[in-house]
Design a protein around this ligand. Sequence first.
Ligand SMILES: [Zn+2]
Length: 188
Amino acid sequence: MPEEQKKSTCQICGAAKKIHNTSGFAACSTCKTIIANVKNHPEEIKKLWLHFHDEPVLPEPVSIPIPQPEELPDVVDGKRYRAVDRDQNKWYLSVSEVDGNPVEVFASTAFDRNHELQSRISNLTTITRLISLILRHIFLYEPLTMGKCLKQIQRSSRQKNDLPDMLYGVLSRYQNEIDNRSKKSIMP
Ligand SMILES: [Zn+2]
């Protein structure tokens, strides 16, 4: 006697085919094979899945501890490097370290004392202040905020309308907008 040809909808792929009851699923013959493999050969399924999809079959929950921000110690180790730029200016590049990680950079050169080069110095200060901010964020988990960026840019300015001053003027508009938005969201 022929097997009962029960045509119905496959619960897995939705095809209208001959259906088999497979591990509690009403599955077509293709999905029956898939179910059997998932059930009996999970490691092979995982390997195949990773081959075709750039993610695990079931992403395992990973708890990522959020590190506490560390205070920058009053006394830090440091290394000083001498360098010469293409205009033959001598530079001292200092790197402060905490646990062997760079957390602040400073740069100085002879044109520090040249008054015509105030703008170069302020640009240089902006670079080192912002790099230091990023390094403290990476290695000491100091929160990186718009307010902190603005403060460092503002402090880099030496005179009105130098580059950091102009950037501060432009970027602080966004900070004001952010402030206004958060005030509005607090107020009913
Ligand atoms: Zn199916």
